[in-house]
Design a protein around this ligand. Structure first.
Ligand code: ATP
Ligand code: MN
Length: 463
């Protein structure tokens, strides 16, 4: 007989009254000498299927290895359930134990572990309800992202993870080398001789696929990337990972307003998709961790984002009378506390801030007429702060080059990027969404380490 997944079993009334095979991991077992109840999970849904063992048919010995965490296969009749909390249950006829889980040793034997403790056993935490729910929501969101862009004619562009340009400007990089660190080849002046390294030059893991994304957009029209990025900053915050996934659409012929429209439509689409397709998991997370979660998600989907300039935002912060840890005035980079004040206390809505001072933004952003600001846009979300950073790009060759020289960015690294402005340059725009920040928002989790299966943070890369 063919195995049926729990998610299908629970939503297909036709299975009731038939013989079925279910396979999964035991969550709990309880009962008495006449009857034993097992809650079985196969990971396909937050819901368990209840298995009922009539102890007239099974011996205590047979059921003994059926403990929390063990893996079993059960054949039996699916019937409507008498008990509350489930619609149907399996009356077991046969039992096969695939793998036991010694109750003395299995770390998830008991319920109610803290998220901090579960981070220490990240190799097993997907077996908990919380991480099952988070990982399914994450997967749903990843699919929604591809669907959104596919429906709008965007091409999925794969940008390299190993890069030779150390000037992407988005953060500290992890070097990639095959040189023997205990025996480095040296040049005459005592420096490391990277011509002997694997690529013949220094290379690193990418911090962003954007520059290559622009090459794609100025050929294919509109592209998006969706891949891992790496940042070596030693920032131990609940919103930063050393390895995270980023979605970076890049569009020819889009100005900053088109860019904002797309960003807003995009995040709303993803949140809506999760509400439509992952409601069981979202409900579970809302009940467990965050009663306001579903209202907050619906609120973001149903309301226009506020759009205002950085300058206007700073004025609001200055007159707010609020004591911030970091003082704020025109020219300072906004901290999460400032972003969250605007979103959570002042506007009570997501905010798109534009026209930032050029000094605090990357070299490739389009310069405004005022000579002071650039056409940047950051999308700020409740509970998160910055979720998206983007801009219209400087398409003028001379202006871009002037900025590169002003900032002393080594030109030898940038010639291929400048070619987009030398040959058939066009106005274009794009942005980057940090995938885990979106997953944080949709799941209501508060620490970014809890929304990626295997988090990498300073000092942590075991599993
Ligand atoms: P922040 O100011 O929050 O550190 P950033 O301005 O350095 O972010 P960008 O370079 O604009 O970030 O990257 C685009 C998006 O990627 C951000 O809006 C954010 O959602 C996400 N992001 C950036 N750094 C990280 C990180 N270390 N971990 C997870 N997501 C990140
Ligand atoms: Mn940013």
């Amino acid at each position: 007989m063919k195995r049926i997944r729990v998610v299908d079993l629970l939503k297909t009334p036709d299975f009731i009254g038939t013989d079925v095979v279910v396979k999964g991991w035991v969550r709990t077992r309880r009962g008495n000498k006449h009857v034993q109840f097992v809650q079985l999970s196969d990971g396909s849904t937050i819901k368990n299927i209840q298995i009922v063992f009539d102890m007239a048919k099974f011996s205590d010995e047979e059921l003994k290895p059926v403990t929390t965490g063990s893996a079993i296969c059960v054949e039996g009749r699916l019937v409507e359930s008498q008990g509350k909390g489930q619609t149907c249950e399996v009356q077991a006829d046969t039992l096969t134990v695939y793998g036991t889980a010694d109750p003395e040793a299995y770390p998830l034997q008991k319920k109610g572990h803290t998220l901090e403790f579960l981070r220490e056993i990240a190799h097993l935490r997907p077996r908990t309800n919380t991480f099952g729910a988070v990982l399914r929501v994450r997967s749903t969101l990843a699919f929604a992202i591809h669907k959104f862009f596919n429906e709008r004619g965007f091409q999925y562009l794969h940008t390299p993870l190993i890069t030779a340009s150390d000037c992407e400007g988005a953060g500290a990089m992890f070097q990639v080398t095959t040189l023997d660190l205990n025996n480095l080849p040296k040049t005459d002046d005592g420096k490391v001789d990277y011509t002997q390294d694997f690529f013949g030059k220094t290379t690193a893991l990418t911090v962003s696929g954007q520059l290559e994304g622009e090459l794609g957009a100025t050929a294919l029209g509109q592209i998006y990337t969706f891949g891992p990025t790496f940042r070596a900053e030693n920032s131990n915050t609940p919103r930063h990972l050393s390895e995270f996934w980023m979605i970076e659409p890049e569009m020819a012929f889009y100005d900053i307003t088109d860019n904002m429209d797309l960003a807003e439509e995009f995040v709303k689409y993803c949140i809506n998709y999760a509400l439509d397709h992952s409601m069981d998991d979202i409900k579970f997370l809302a009940d467990m961790y965050d009663k306001d979660l579903i209202d907050r998600l619906r609120f973001v989907v149903d309301n226009d984002f506020v759009r205002l300039s950085y300058g206007e935002g700073v004025k609001i912060l200055e007159v707010s009378g609020k004591k911030f840890e970091f003082p704020v005035h025109w020219g300072t980079d906004l901290q999460s506390e400032h972003e969250r004040y605007l979103v959570e206390e002042h506007f009570k809505k997501p905010v798109i801030l534009t026209d930032y001072p050029k000094e605090i933004k990357a070299f490739y952003m389009k310069q405004n007429e005022d000579g002071k600001t650039v056409r940047a846009m950051d999308v700020l979300f409740p509970h998160i702060g910055e979720i998206i950073g983007g801009s219209e790009r400087e398409e003028n060759y001379d202006k871009l080059l002037a900025r590169i020289e002003e900032l002393n960015i080594p030109m030898k690294d940038m010639w291929w990027y400048l070619d987009t402005r030398r040959f058939g340059t066009v106005p274009h725009s794009g942005f980057g969404l940090g995938f885990e920040r979106l997953v944080l928002f949709v799941t209501g989790m508060t620490n970014i380490r809890d929304v990626i299966p295997f988090p990498r943070t300073p000092g942590k890369a075991e599993f």
